[in-house]
Every structure is written in C-alpha cells, then in structure tokens.
Design a protein around this ligand. Structure first.
Ligand code: F6R
Length: 641
C-alpha cells in the first residue's frame, strides 16, 4: 500500500470484516470488465497474469449486441487466446476465468463462464456451492436445464430464476437484486462476476471466502481475483469483504452486504511494481525470481533495524515489548514451502530468543484441537496470504482467543486482514508457482524476529550487533552465489536423468534439505526426499546406490564433522554426492560435486544454502523440458482444503 503501514491497513481492513466459517474453495482466477474500451483484450491480458492461480482450462464471455459470445478452451490461456482471436468477441462488458479443477473434470463443458439455460446470465465463480444439488433439483423442476457437472451452473440458473420472478420495470435494477437474492440461498463459498444480457454496461460481483478486488479506472472498472490482473490499467483498488455484493458500471459502483446494508467503499492506492509481473530478459518467472533475491532480501530489511544496529524493529506487530515478554511459547503454522520456513524459524527463535517453538502444518492444526498454553503466540507464514488451511488455522487460533501474527507477502490478502498484526515481506509479486524469493525472505524475517525477541530477553547488545551485520551482508552473499549459476547448471545437466535424490542436512539445514527436495520434485517431477542427515541410517540408506545422488547441506559449525561422517557412509555405498558447503571445508570433503557458500553467521546460512538448491532444481527441470513456472497439477495459491 502506498500510504498505509501494516497496522493502519489492518485497522482499515479489520473494521468491516465479517467473520465466516472457513470452507473449501476452488483455486482459480477471475476477471470482469465494464467500461469505455473493448473488453476482450483486457480480459485476455488479465487472464494471462492470473494464470498462475490455475491453468487447466480458461474461458471468456463478452456481451455483444444481442447475445453473449462465449469461448472456452481446455488448456492454457494461450489456447483460449488463439480461439478468441478467431471468434473476435466484440463488446465493452465481459467476464473471464482460468480454472484449477476440483469439481467436475477438465472439459470444455465444465469450463467457466457458465451461461444460464435461458441465455440471460453468464457467470464465473471461485468457490464451492455446497448445496448445489438441491438448488439444481429445484431448478430442474422449474424447467431450467444443465449442461455441465459443475456447481457453478446452479448459481447462474438460480440468478436467472430470481430475475424472471422480479417485476421487470427495468432490467437494470433487477440484475444486482437477483444476484443478491440468489446468494441468500447459497451455502458454501464464492467469488463471482456476473453479467446480464439485459444490462449492457453492468457487472455484478460478490465475495464470500474467495478474494475479489475492484480496480477503479477512468470510465472503466474491473473486478478480479487479484491486483496483478489489472495493475497495468489502475492502481486504485477496493478490497471487497466477505458477504458483500458490488454493482459496477463504467462510472462507479455501489457495495452492499447480501443482507442489504450499505457499505462505504474505501479506495486505496496499491504500490505495484509492474516489472514484477513482466519477464524482462529472463526465460521464465522462476529464474527471474531466483535472481531477484538480493533485492527482495534488501526490501525485507529496509528500515527494520534500530539506529544503533543492535536489534530489529517492526511497525505492524501490534504487541508491546511488555506483551511480547509474556509470550511463553510460539506456535508456527503454514503449508508447503512456508512450512519449511517455519521449521527454520523454530530453530532460529529457540536458539536466539530461547522461546520454545512448535511448528504445525496448518491443515493439521485446524482440525487437531491441540492443547495450547495460554501465553502462546500463534504465528502464521504465507506468501499469498490466501492459503485456505493457513487462513483457517489463523481463524481457529483467534477464535480460541490467542494473539496472532503473520508474515505475508500479499498486502490486503485474507491473512493480512485477519491477523492481529504482522510483517510484510515486500518481496514483490511471486509469479512462478514454485516459491523462491518468498521463502528466503521468510527466513530472513524469521531471523529478524528471533533477533528482536532475543534482544527483549537474553541476547546481548554485542550479539545483536553481530547478528544485524550478518543479516545486512546476506544480499551481497546471495549475489555472489548467483554467479555460480552456470556451474550449477552444468551439475544439473549431468544429474537430471537420475530418478531419485536424497537431500540431507542437520539442524537448520534439515528444513533446507526438505525444501531442496520439494523444489526438485515439484518442478522437475524427479522423486526426492529430504531427511535429517543422521536419520539416514535408520532407513533411507537402503536407497543409496550409484543411481541415487545425495545432496548434502553442510554448515561449518560444531556438527560439521558429524555430517562429514554421513557423507562417508554414502560414498562407501557408491552413492554420488553433491555438497553445498562452506569454502573452507572443500578440501576436507570428498564430494563428487562441491558448491561453495560463504562462511557466515549460523543465523543466515540456511538462506545462502537455499540458493544453489533452487538453481539445481530449476536447471534440472529446464534440462528435462518441464514447464517450470506452471508445473503439472499445481497452482500458486492453494485455496482448496
Ligand atoms: C512450493 C510452494 C508451496 C507454497 C504453499 C503455501 O514451492 O510454493 O508449497 O509454499 O502452497 O503457500 P503460501 O505461502 O502462499 O501460503
């Protein structure tokens, strides 16, 4: 946000926020347009920018003179764009959707938009209409027909049903009202954009559970799942809250709740760097984002150290030093890569702040009903701020009365709005589905949190200053490691044909081993496992052979000799060994490949060790011809349980 800090934004957001129970969601991207320009190119451009949210199929509906032109394709937005170029939909009002299927197979019939059987309404939807079967049954009895397996079609027909029942003085007034009335009957979740054949310049949207944002333009307005869809056209945005319906025209919009209370819109200007969503000279976003890490790490630290350089400072925690001193325990919750960041944070906070930490998968925590001490601080980490399980874990912790904090990269996201306080990463938009710069920035911020909490307890002034110096040096060290990209590519080229990899590390390098394995498997589809190096002997050592390379993460600290012994155990069984380790150990370690990282403070070593792993995974995937930015079966933001 341009003008607001985390605290103020939280205030602005939280004041109006209606709490809803967490349910499951579709993960998809939607964009709708109404205005003075031709809708089609704006919608297609927006879909391309939203494609990271899901890429099974995509569709568009544009209102022409007397009918909708609907084009839908299974596959990527490029395939839709090619079909749209032939169909040439003309009109200034339209909606579109890129899908990650959960409900109904990946077929053209199930692809959004869904048009009501009377042809009056076209609708795109993120979410799950849980009671769609009963709505469908009711509508079939009334003569409405269905052509897809989706729940969404029940909603487009339900809107048509309510519209047909309204006294038709003017189509304009009935449209939004019919949407609102329909939503009163819907159980489940939705972010929707709807257009009506009778209303040439009107777009209606509503949100419950899935993000929906209005882009306020010059004689045009846009409705989308996130800002990236329209940031080229406008930076003025309104974040819709759950339970709100918006009725949009080219020159304005009105928001109300589905229970008909008026809502005062707060237009905010977002700070959006358009270069974040452009590839520039890079081949794909993952490569670009790996190389953006020095800048992302600088941004995570900017203005966050005390003048005397002995501790970190955060503006948005909303907790005084006194309150933080009473924290007896920290519970960290996240999913996927962000969960790995939590594991590193556990190590850092326990070591430097001496506060006991537990790490939970958000998806487990939310249903586990674990006993938690009353002075526990619940801390979630989420790049997108939209991961459904992390959001639900946060809500569950709040419901139980715990203080909550979040580290997130997404200003205005659901998690940013729900948490009591937090820290923005300022890493810039992460488009590649595999998290890279967000992960290292999360670790850096965790180290700063450990420092801050440590300095409120037993960490000395001198130790604080040493740690601040170490943190400040990280971006330059990362730049140096990135210079080895060609060397790491040559290793990847030689090893990409292997079918199994082990990633092994001890202490804070264990989560980095997990992350290295996750990165490799998700983008190259090579099977990989991360393990604590010493645990290897309790099972995984059975996998070691000439065909199973092990990637060892070595730190120069007191456990170095132990890790070296583990390397020997692998070598003795003819397993190829790739080591990521400090310069001074190079001679001592008998590795087949050795990637050097600088000798640094223990608190920042995990960040540096991550960079070669990202490059190894990236170049292996490229060598195997994978779609690095959009790996199969995945989507960037996991908003389904
Ligand atoms: C893997 C990856 C995912 C995410 C996970 C959580 O590269 O990106 O594992 O880390 O889906 O996402 P956020 O951080 O958005 O909550």
């Amino acid at each position: 946000m341009l003008c607001l800090g985390f605290t103020q934004q939280l205030h602005a957001f939280c004041l109006n926020l209606k709490k809803i129970p967490a349910l499951s969601f579709y993960m998809c991207g939607i964009i709708g347009y109404v205005g003075k320009n031709s809708a089609t190119p704006i919608l297609i451009d927006g879909l391309k920018r939203l494609e990271y949210r899901g890429y099974d199929s995509a569709g568009i509906a544009v209102r022409g003179k007397s009918a909708f032109t609907v084009v839908r394709r299974v596959g990527r937005v490029d395939q839709l764009a090619a079909a749209v170029a032939k169909a040439k939909p003309v009109g200034s009002l339209g909606i579109s959707h890129t899908r990650w299927a959960t409900h109904g197979g990946v077929t053209e019939k199930n692809t959004h938009p869904h048009v009501s059987s009377d042809g009056k309404f076209a609708l795109v939807h993120n979410g799950v209409i849980e009671n769609y079967q009963s709505i469908k049954k009711f509508l079939i009895e009334k003569g409405y027909t269905f052509s897809s397996e989706t729940d969404t079609e029940a909603l487009s027909n339900l809107i048509a049903y309510h519209y047909a029942k309204e006294p038709q003085q003017s189509g304009t007034s009935c449209f939004a009202e019919s949407v609102r009335k329909s939503l009163l009957h819907v159980q489940g979740t939705y972010g929707i954009a709807v257009i009506c054949l009778d209303c040439p310049m009107e777009l209606v949207g509503a949100r419950k559970g899935s993000p929906l944002i209005i882009g306020v333009g010059d004689e045009e307005n846009i409705l989308a799942s996130d800002v990236s869809a329209f940031a080229m056209r406008t930076r003025n945005v309104v974040y819709l809250n759950d339970g709100e319906v918006v009725h949009i025209r080219p020159d304005g919009f009105t928001i109300s709740t589905i229970t008909q209370e008026e809502v005062a819109a707060v237009v905010q200007e977002v700070d959006w760097n358009i270069e974040d969503s452009e590839l520039g000279t890079f081949k794909n976003f993952m490569e670009k984002e790996i190389f953006e890490q020095p800048a992302a790490l600088e941004n995570a630290m900017r203005g966050r150290f005390s003048d005397d350089g002995s501790t970190a400072m955060f503006g948005g925690l909303n907790l005084s030093s006194k309150e933080l001193r009473y924290v007896d325990r920290i519970l960290l919750c996240a999913c996927g890569t962000a969960w790995h960041a939590c594991l590193v944070a556990e190590y850092l906070i326990e070591r430097y702040a001496r506060i006991p930490v537990e790490v939970e998968y958000a998806s487990e925590f939310r249903y586990r009903n674990a006993p938690i001490d009353k002075n526990t601080l619940v801390f979630v980490i989420s790049q997108s701020g939209e991961t459904i399980d992390t959001l639900a874990a946060l809500k569950e912790a709040k419901r139980k009365g715990f203080r909550t904090l979040a580290i997130t990269n997404s200003v205005g996201s659901s998690i940013a709005r729900e948490t009591d306080g937090g820290i923005y990463q300022h890493a810039g938009q992460e488009v590649g589905v595999a998290s890279t710069k967000a992960f290292t920035s999360q670790i850096l911020i965790s180290a700063m949190v450990a420092l801050y909490l440590g300095r409120l307890r037993d960490l000395s002034y001198e130790e604080g200053r040493t740690m601040v110096d170490a943190l400040r040096s990280v971006p330059n060290h990362v730049k140096e490691i990135l210079k080895q990209a060609d060397y790491i590519k040559s290793i990847a080229d030689r090893y990409a044909h292997f079918k199994d990899f082990l990633f092994l590390g001890r202490q804070s390098m264990f989560p980095i081993a997990l992350e290295g394995a996750l990165k490799l498997k998700e983008i190259s589809y090579i099977h990989a496992e991360g393990y604590p190096a010493a645990e290897m002997k309790h099972g995984p050592i059975a996998l070691i052979c000439e065909e199973c390379p092990s990637v060892f993460l070595v730190t120069g600290g007191e456990i170095m000799q132990k890790t070296l012994a583990n390397i020997q155990e692998v070598k003795a069984r003819k397993g190829p060994v790739i080591v990521i380790g400090p310069k001074h150990c190079r001679e001592e370690i008998q590795a087949d490949e050795y990637i050097e990282i600088p000798d640094v403070h223990d608190a920042v070593a995990p960040i540096l060790a991550t960079i070669p792993l990202q490059l190894l995974a990236y170049h292996s995937a490229v060598k195997l011809g994978r779609d690095v930015d959009k790996p199969r079966n995945l989507a960037k933001s996991v908003t389904v349980e």
